[in-house]
Write a protein that binds this ligand. Structure first.
Ligand SMILES: Nc1ncnc2c1ncn2[C@@H]1O[C@H](COP(=O)(O)OP(=O)(O)OP(=O)(O)O)[C@@H](O)[C@H]1O
Length: 650
């Protein structure tokens, strides 16, 4: 209960009416006069002053210091003219307030009048040659070339030097962050374009070559971090997912998808979807913030709105080799009639056509490499897996084409563009069995076209010449050739037996085992990478704990808390780990020393180290075990006053 906080005496005081003292009441302007202009109790015993012209009445009331007995709140404008405010001598001597942003110009404080025009407008520094796909270095410029110094391990100072003045802070919880992450949608809402920040992919890259022939106990910085290529690839994928086009001409929002970024280039004439031009964009959903792939078929008016229902069965398919179908809708947001399909987005994926039939094809300088047989078997197995799920749902894929199968990871393929032809051909009377049989033929064509490096063979309009099969047979095993011929064969009208997906799967059993083994190896690798990062997480927490203790300006009203007792030894330990110098006074930036010291601290081993003060006057010999205890004691001391909440996460 709220009243229980007061003592009986206090409660009595609370309950008593806060009457003004009689001595002052005759000088105090009645608040009814102030509020209503008159007081109906004026002649009925009201003790306050009712004469507004009584010149000193206000001054008298204002001169009294404000306290709970103050009779009434007086708005500031009523005081003007009657009371001149004065500042204390201290306030007069105070330095005038200078807004930080304008301080460089000097005219803001100097002029006395704040002039917003005098402050230079903030211009985001967007690097012109920002190339999302640049490898190894940012914008294709090495740190040395850009004039920045490359830190051997962390490269943080080089980053600071190359960054534009207004840094993008991914952790800022303001609109700028949204603008950066949400792109044009938020840009249009806030009118502010967040500066795009190219990632420094070489950041944290350990220097020097990696020695493979080390004995198990000898470890290098490489052993403690995610492998360079994996880290870089993941960064690029994250970067691609967050990429925005601030000044694009695309609609701000289509349905509930915003921040559209095109993923392909326009193609005139017929394509996989007949005469409809298809556009692929990356877009972000307003509903859940996830990124999706938005495929728009331009200038398509649906005759039957029911046809959109054709995707319902597709939504049920969850398979590792099928790009999941999310939804389909018609849209006029692109200033025409468009049909839009939403699929899951797989950053930086390539179509098999882009991957295998490169643009330099046909050039006399390009040597044609045949695709390894194991990769072709892997494609067949993966697409077989996709077809098994699709056929089981009584559907047909109808999109096994080099331009619609996307490569989302190393040798990992997924059928993109599913469900589209089902919506377009909603009223088609072609039996499902025929369409499923067509899937086998499309798969055979795809493998043949990749194996012979002939894109045209993938198209159903092209008749497959015998020479193509012969060429294929010369490069690959008989088994693969036979399998492709089986896939391409059409049962004659007399034959009742149709090809069946389970029959294909059984025929591929030994190759499925290979795929399974490869996938287990990949999983092992992912796990071991995860384990490395797990160890790094422990070190990061330890560094954070030390950071909360070292150089703390004050704790528990003690300004020298961090300099005394155990904290002093921890400060010297910090110097021992991070601030070592060589005989000529140059910093020793030995990542191995830092990691091993922190790991020893984490483990609390018995090894003793020698900690010397900066002036070499004090020396401690302590074990990591003792240091670990000190860290725990000091950190617990810090966490104590605020309860468990304060140390959450450590
Ligand atoms: N689900 C997806 N996630 C991420 N990127 C995708 C996805 N689907 C397609 N892409 C990418 O979009 C780009 C264009 O795809 P699209 O299917 O239009 O290929 P295309 O060769 O342009 O075919 P078309 O002849 O039909 O235009 C390709 O680079 C592809 O990798």
């Amino acid at each position: 209960m709220a009243t229980s906080r007061f003592t009986p005496a206090e409660r009595g005081r609370q309950m008593a009416s806060p009457r003004p003292k009689t001595r002052d009441s005759k000088d105090t302007l009645c608040r009814n006069i102030l509020i209503y202009g008159k007081c109906r109790y004026e002649n009925q015993g009201c003790a306050f002053n009712h004469d507004q012209n009584k010149a000193d009445s206000f001054e008298n009331s204002m001169k009294k210091s404000l306290n709970v007995d103050s009779p009434a709140f007086t708005p500031a404008q009523l005081q003007s003219g009657t009371k001149k405010f004065t500042f204390s001598s201290q306030t007069v001597n105070a330095t005038p307030f200078t807004p930080k942003g304008g301080a460089q110009d000097g005219d803001v404080s100097g002029g006395g009048v704040f002039n917003p025009a005098a402050i230079r407008e903030f211009t985001p520094q967007v690097p012109q040659n920002y190339d999302l796909h640049a490898t190894g270095t940012t914008n294709g410029v090495t740190p040395e070339a850009s004039g920045s110094v490359h830190d051997p391990f962390f490269a943080m100072s080089s980053m600071a030097q190359t960054l534009p003045a207004a840094q993008y802070n991914p952790y800022a919880e303001d609109q700028n962050h949204l603008a950066a992450a949400g792109g044009s949608y938020y840009t249009s809402q806030t009118g502010y374009t967040a500066p795009m920040q190219p990632l420094q992919y070489h950041l944290y890259a350990p220097t020097g070559p990696y020695k493979q022939d080390l004995t198990p106990y000898q470890r290098q910085p490489h052993d403690f971090f995610l492998r360079e290529d994996i880290r870089e690839e993941l960064h690029k994928k994250a970067d691609a997912t967050r990429q925005v086009l601030p000044n694009s001409q695309l609609p701000t929002v289509s349905n509930h998808y915003h921040s559209l970024v095109p993923l392909d280039t326009p193609r005139s004439g017929a394509n996989f979807f007949g005469n409809y031009v298809s556009w692929v964009y990356k877009a972000t959903s307003k509903k859940n913030g996830h990124t999706y792939c938005l495929r728009r078929l331009q200038g398509l008016r649906l005759n039957n709105v029911e046809s959109v229902r054709g995707i319902q069965s597709w939504k049920r398919i969850s398979n590792g080799n099928v790009v999941s179908v999310i939804e389909c809708f018609t849209s006029r947001d692109f200033s025409d009639n468009s049909l839009v399909f939403i699929h899951n987005y797989h950053p930086l994926s390539k179509t098999l056509a882009e991957h295998h039939f490169n643009t330099a094809q046909g050039s006399r300088y390009t040597r044609q490499f045949s695709v390894p047989e194991s990769i072709l078997w892997s494609y067949i197995c993966q697409i077989c897996n996709a077809l098994k799920a699709i056929h089981a749902e009584k559907l047909a894929a109808r999109c096994i084409d080099a331009s619609k199968v996307i490569l989302t990871d190393k040798n990992r393929v997924r059928l993109g563009g599913c469900a589209i032809l089902d919506v377009l051909d909603y009223e088609s009377t072609q039996p499902l069995v025929d369409m499923q049989q067509e899937d086998f033929i499309q798969l055979g064509r795809l493998i043949l076209s990749i194996g012979t490096n002939t894109p045209a063979l993938g198209s159903p309009q092209t008749v497959i010449p015998q020479s193509a099969l012969e060429q294929f047979g010369r490069t690959y095993s008989v088994e693969l050739r036979e399998r492709v011929i089986w896939l391409l064969s059409r049962p004659s009208p007399q034959e009742t037996a149709q090809k069946n997906i389970l029959e294909l799967a059984c025929g591929l059993s030994s190759h499925f085992v290979d795929c399974f083994d490869t996938s287990l190896h990949a999983q092992d690798e992912v796990n071991s990478n995860l384990m490395r990062e797990l160890e790094n997480g422990r070190i990061a927490r330890l560094v954070m704990k030390l950071g909360t203790i070292n150089e703390r300006p004050e704790f528990d009203n003690d300004p020298s808390w961090s300099e005394n007792g155990e904290r002093y030894q921890l400060k010297l330990f910090r110097d021992y780990v991070f601030h070592q110098v060589d005989s000529s006074g140059h910093p020793v930036l030995d990542l191995g020393h830092m990691i091993s010291s922190l790991n020893k601290l984490d483990a609390g081993i018995d090894e003793r180290i020698h900690l010397a003060s900066r002036d070499n006057q004090t020396v401690f010999v302590v074990s990591y075990k003792e240091l670990k205890k000190m860290v725990a004691n000091c950190f617990n001391e810090l966490a104590k006053p605020h309860g468990k909440q304060a140390s959450r996460g450590f």
